[in-house]
Ligand binder design. Structure first.
Ligand SMILES: NC(=O)c1ccc[n+]([C@@H]2O[C@H](COP(=O)([O-])OP(=O)(O)OC[C@H]3O[C@@H](n4cnc5c(N)ncnc54)[C@H](OP(=O)(O)O)[C@@H]3O)[C@@H](O)[C@H]2O)c1
Length: 224
């Protein structure tokens, strides 16, 4: 299985990609500029020698070679970018970690957008793809700090396709060494995405890189 990361030259995409490659996955960092992605993949490979292969390519070439595609781009420009990649993304499992946030005098806040979440916007623009949302709450700083143990951080995964969610839950466990949690339907991305504003606010107050951990989830995954 190959995972492509659109926007894989940014801190979030490269951090997720690095952790996946360290766990043995084949990852292709994507970029609007193939050379930039190749350089980032070479840099991370030289620095961390992951067991999985870490390559770089244009966004379109990365998607073509992958089964699963993580969207790790800023919300500004998201609609145009996703629309432009719709053909390439047809038939793929797409994971959005995009958080539409605004920053003002009162601090960070979730943006009110027409589709209510970036993941649902992507689902509207990508009728031929299977959409999920995940990795919204992992800090890029923690992802790149390999001394930072991510096992206690839960990755909340939302989506309407059960098989797609299980694959993303598998990837989440590879990224953190901990667990991915089935958080429910794709529309719950409306709540997952803006919650990141709360984490950023907490981070500022406590000079931290906070994340999410849920309590009382049975290990078996069965209902109590
Ligand atoms: N940073 C975090 O800690 C964090 C945590 C959780 C979730 N997230 C979410 O993850 C996403 C990526 O975060 P980030 O901090 O890595 O973002 P970023 O550095 O601003 O952007 C990531 C990459 O996206 C590409 N990009 C930038 N503007 C674009 C545009 N208008 N159209 C297409 N591609 C564009 C760039 O790659 P190329 O120029 O190489 O194409 C850039 O390196 C965001 O939606 C963010 O909310 C971030």
């Amino acid at each position: 299985m190959t995972v492509a990361i659109v926007g894989g030259t940014g801190p979030q995409g490269s951090g997720i990609g690095l952790r996946l490659a360290l766990a043995g996955e084949h990852v292709i960092l994507g970029s609007r500029d193939a050379q930039r992605a190749e350089e980032e993949a070479k840099r991370l490979t030289a620095e961390h020698a992951p067991t999985g292969k870490l390559d770089g390519a244009s966004n379109v070439d990365a998607i073509a070679a992958a089964d699963t595609v993580i969207l790790a781009v800023p919300y500004a420009g998201h609609e145009e970018l996703v629309r432009g990649l719709a053909d390439a993304l047809t038939g793929k499992l797409v994971v959005s970690c995009v958080n539409p946030l605004a920053f003002g005098k009162g601090g960070p806040i979730g943006m009110q957008i027409p589709d209510l979440s970036a993941a649902e916007e992507a689902a509207r623009l990508l009728p031929g793809s299977t959409l999920t949302g995940a990795f919204h709450h992992l800090s890029a700083v923690n992802l790149h700090n390999l001394d930072h143990d991510l096992r206690h951080e839960d990755v909340l995964v939302c989506g309407d396709d059960v098989e797609a969610k299980s694959e993303v839950i598998r990837l989440a466990a590879l990224v953190t060494g901990g667990r991915g949690i089935d958080a429910g339907a794709l529309r719950l991305a409306r709540h997952l995405e803006p919650f990141t504003a709360v984490l950023i606010s907490v981070n500022k107050r406590y000079r931290a890189h906070s994340s999410v951990a849920l309590t009382d989830i049975p290990e078996s995954g069965e209902n109590k």
